[in-house]
Design a protein around this ligand. Sequence first.
Ligand SMILES: Cc1cc2nc3c(=O)[nH]c(=O)nc-3n(C[C@H](O)[C@H](O)[C@H](O)COP(=O)(O)O)c2cc1C
Length: 219
Amino acid sequence: MKTKALVAIAASLVFCAGMLLPVFGQELKAIQLPEPKLNENKSLAQALKDRKTTRAYALDNLSEQTLSNLLWAAFGINRPDSGRRTAPSAKNWQEIEVYVATTTGMYLYDPKGNALVPIVAGDIRSLTYTQATFKDAPIHLVYVADLEKMGEDEEGSKLVLAGMDTGFVAENVYLYCACEGLNTGFRVTIDKEKLAQALHLRPTQRIMAAQSIGLPKSK
Ligand SMILES: Cc1cc2nc3c(=O)[nH]c(=O)nc-3n(C[C@H](O)[C@H](O)[C@H](O)COP(=O)(O)O)c2cc1C
C-alpha cells in the first residue's frame, strides 16, 4: 500500500514537472530543412533602404522553406569547398552557434546538414526575451559564442571578437528580412543565466544576443 502511494506521488510529480519544465532531450525530432532558395530578384539597395528593427509580430508560423532561407542567410555555408560562411568571423573561428526557438522546441542550426538539431522540447521562446513586446514572434534566434573554438586569447578579447561576429550574423538576418518583408528585432535584453541553464550550455558557451523574426502584425 505504502509503495503504491509512493509510486502515485512520484508519477504525479513527474507529470507536474513535465507540464512546467521543458523536456530536455529526445522527444523532439530533428528537422531536415529544404534546400535554401533565396529570392534573387531583390536588390541589396532596396534591402538597405528597408532594413529596420521591429518589435511587434503576427503569431503565424514561418514555413520550413523560409526558415531554411533565413538560417542560410544568417550563417549558412556559402562556399561548400572550404566550408566558409555567409558571415565573416575572426580567424574563421566560426564560433557563433545559432539556436532556434520555435513553438515546438529549441533547436541548434546545423549548417553542414542544413538541419535543426533538437535541444529542448517544448515552447521556451519566452526565455529568449525580457521585453514582452517580442512575445508573438514564431522564431527567435539565440546567438551563442563557443569560446572553446577561439584559441588561447584571454576571455575579454574573445568576447569582443564574438560580439563583432554576432553583429555580422544579425545584420545578415536584418537584410534577409528586409528582402522578404519579414519583421525582425535584435536584442541583448535576455535573462542569460536562466536561458543558459535551460539550454544546458557549457561554461565556455556564452549567450551573446537574440533576434526575433516573424510576419508583420496586421493593423
Ligand atoms: C548591440 C545592439 C543591442 C541592441 N539591444 C536591443 C535590446 O536589448 N532591445 C531592443 O528592443 N532593441 C535592441 N537593439 C535594437 C536597437 O534599439 C535598434 O537597432 C535601434 O533603435 C535603431 O533602430 P533600427 O534598427 O530600426 O535602425 C539593439 C541593437 C544593437 C545593435
